[in-house]
Design a protein around this ligand. Structure first.
Ligand code: GLU
Length: 286
């Protein structure tokens, strides 16, 4: 017997709720099923892009859609000390190092690109470097992390089986950014573990990120969730939908007189769900 799933929808309020979010929220709700738990988490650690106004608007649109969380909504910006505690643990184990390089210096020295398209850090500061007057970022020493784990962890992708991880090809990723002091990978894995998320549901644009997040889970001894990456809404050219092609905000549709049901059943939303793995017995129809 499998236990009921706990899923989560974790939007970042960098703009208004759009149809891509609707797919993610709905998919997460569907994957929780009747007996599971569906959680909403606001990932607003990037205070340069997320504002309280956008958070309020996002939550208001979700309420209007009646996509409600089965537990109190967690807002990451209110839990920074918890993420700092994880950094401290990793630092004490010698798995993090400060990096003083500027973006420019990295771009000039880098020769590789990670599977998610990011530049692989060339390792300049890995063996100690200090720059008076420069604030460092903190990087995970990926080689060491893999040595400690004695393997590159993979993951279970629902409907697709076991996927081989590629963490080594990401290099030494940033776990504490200069501006926010934390990072997406750090906060997302901490919260998935803390909230007992058993099934991580999210868009295919974050598929590659899973390799990195599995390393953090294993280093911290957190449980391994299963993953289900849903299809994205694409335009006719196979590109991620742009505003021009109808990725308009839920707000705009509301103002035009759409009902919540019509938004949830938008043809682009239905199409993306149709292209995503949904176990037998679960249905996109509510
Ligand atoms: N907050 C992320 C985003 O809005 C999603 C994180 C995740 O689902 O892992 O893109």
């Amino acid at each position: 017997m499998t236990l009921p799933a706990t899923t989560r929808f974790a939007p970042s309020p960098t703009g208004f709720l759009h149809l891509g979010h609707v797919v993610s929220g709905l998919y997460s709700r569907i994957m929780a099923g009747e007996s599971g738990r569906f959680l909403i988490r606001i990932e607003d650690i990037d205070t340069t892009r997320c504002t309280p106004e956008l958070t309020a608007a996002l939550r208001e649109d979700l309420d209007w859609l009646e996509l409600s969380s089965d537990a109190p909504v967690r807002q990451q910006s209110r839990h920074l000390s918890e993420y700092h505690a994880v950094l401290e643990t990793l630092r004490k184990r010698g798995l993090l190092y400060p990096c003083f390089c500027t973006r420019r210096e990295i771009a000039d020295a880098a020769t590789q690109t990670a599977p998610d398209g990011s530049v692989v850090y060339p390792g300049t500061c890995r063996h100690g470097a200090v720059h008076a007057g420069r604030e460092p970022v903190w990087r995970l020493d990926m080689g060491r992390a893999i040595d400690v784990l004695q393997e590159v962890p993979g993951w279970q992708e629902l409907g697709h089986g076991r996927i081989a991880g590629q963490a080594g090809t990401f290099g030494d990723i940033v776990l504490a950014r200069r501006d926010t002091g934390v990072s997406y990978h750090l906060c997302v894995t901490h919260d998935d573990a803390l909230q007992g998320v058993t099934t991580v549901t999210r868009g295919r644009d974050l598929y590659e990120a899973t390799s990195v997040q599995r390393v953090l889970q294993d280093l911290m001894g957190w449980p391994e969730p299963v993953y289900a990456h849903h299809a994205l809404i694409m335009d006719a050219d196979g590109q991620k939908l742009s505003k021009r092609d109808g990725a308009e905000g839920v707000r705009v549709l509301r103002q035009k007189g759409w009902t919540a049901r019509q938004v949830l059943e938008h043809p682009l939303v239905r199409q993306a769900l149709k292209e995503s793995f949904i176990p037998a017995g679960r249905s996109p129809d509510r």
